[in-house]
Unconditional design. Structure first.
Length: 253
C-alpha cells in the first residue's frame, strides 16, 4: 500500500510493567495504518498504591526522559498512556503535559485528560467505574470525579496493587463488572486502567448495555486522534467515542 501524505505520528508513554496497551493499541489502530502510526517509550511503574514510594514512580524526570526518546521520532503528539491522575488529581496530568511540551516542543495529552473531555462531551453526570485497583485508590478516583460534578453511582474493583497483575484480570471478569455497574443506570461506564483487557470487549458491551463503555486504552488513542485531527471513521465499530470529534487542544509548548 502506498501513502503519499505525511502520516500522523503518535507517541505514547507506557508503564514498564504494562503488557496490554501496546498490543491492543496496535490492534485498534491497524485500520488507520499507514496514515497513522503509534510508537511507545517506557518508564518504571510496578505498583499502584497510596503511598510515597508508589507516588514517586510518577515524578517528572523519568517520564520526561522517556518523552525525550519519543521526541526523536518527531511525533505530532505525545500521550501519557496511564491513569495515575485519576487518583493523584487531574492537575497532575495538566502539569505533566505542560512539562512534556516544554521539554520536547511536542504537544502532549493523557489518558485521563482524554476521558474527561469525553465525559464532558457526552454529558455524563452518573458514572459506572470499573478498575483493578484497591479500595482506597478507588475511593480517591470517586472523590476526584465528584469534585467535577460526576457521581459514581456504581463501582467494581479487583483489589489489586501489582501493576503487572492487572493484565491477568480476564475479559469475562471485566465484562461481568461492567454488567453489574450497568444495573445502576449510569450515563456511561469507564474502565480505568491501561493494563486492563477492556478495549476489544467494550464495543459489544456498549451494544448489549445500551450505554457508552469507555476503555482507557481506547480513549487514550481517541484523544491522540482527536488532538491531531486524524480520521477516526475507520474505528467507528470500536466504540461510540470514535464518533465524537471534539478537537480538544493538547498542551502546546
Amino acid at each position: 500500500m502506498q501513502y503519499d501524505v505525511k502520516p500522523t505520528v503518535i507517541g505514547m508513554l507506557t508503564p514498564s510493567s504494562n503488557t496490554v496497551l501496546e498490543p491492543y493499541t496496535a490492534a485498534m489502530a491497524w485500520p488507520l495504518f499507514p496514515a497513522v502510526s503509534v510508537h511507545f517509550s517506557r518508564f518504571r511503574v510496578t505498583k499502584i498504591a497510596l503511598d510515597a514510594a508508589s507516588n514517586s514512580q510518577f515524578s517528572l524526570e523519568p517520564i520526561l526522559q522517556a518523552a525525550d526518546l519519543l521526541a526523536d521520532a518527531r511525533p505530532d503528539v505525545i500521550a501519557w498512556n496511564g491513569t495515575s491522575a485519576s487518583w493523584l488529581g487531574f492537575d497532575s496530568d495538566e502539569r505533566l503535559c505542560a512539562a512534556i511540551a516544554e521539554r520536547t516542543g511536542v504537544r502532549a495529552t493523557s489518558a485521563i485528560l482524554s476521558l474527561n473531555h469525553l465525559l464532558k462531551a457526552m454529558g455524563v453526570r452518573r458514572l459506572g467505574l470499573v478498575t483493578p485497583y484497591t479500595g482506597d485508590v478507588q475511593q480517591k478516583i470517586i472523590a476526584n470525579y465528584a469534585a467535577l460534578g460526576i457521581e459514581t453511582v456504581a463501582e467494581r474493583h479487583s483489589g489489586r496493587s501489582d501493576n503487572f497483575s492487572f493484565a491477568e484480570v480476564v475479559e469475562a471478569e471485566i465484562a461481568g463488572m461492567c454488567r453489574e455497574v450497568a444495573a445502576s443506570a449510569p450515563d456511561a461506564i469507564a474502565i480505568v486502567c491501561t493494563n486492563m483487557r477492556g478495549p476489544l470487549i467494550a464495543p459489544q458491551l456498549e451494544r448489549e448495555l445500551g450505554i457508552p463503555v469507555l476503555d482507557s486504552v481506547a480513549f487514550t488513542l481517541w484523544g491522540c486522534l482527536d488532538a491531531t485531527g486524524a480520521d477516526m471513521q475507520p474505528l467507528r465499530e470500536l466504540g461510540r467515542m470514535f464518533g465524537h470529534r471534539i478537537l480538544a487542544a493538547p498542551v502546546v509548548a
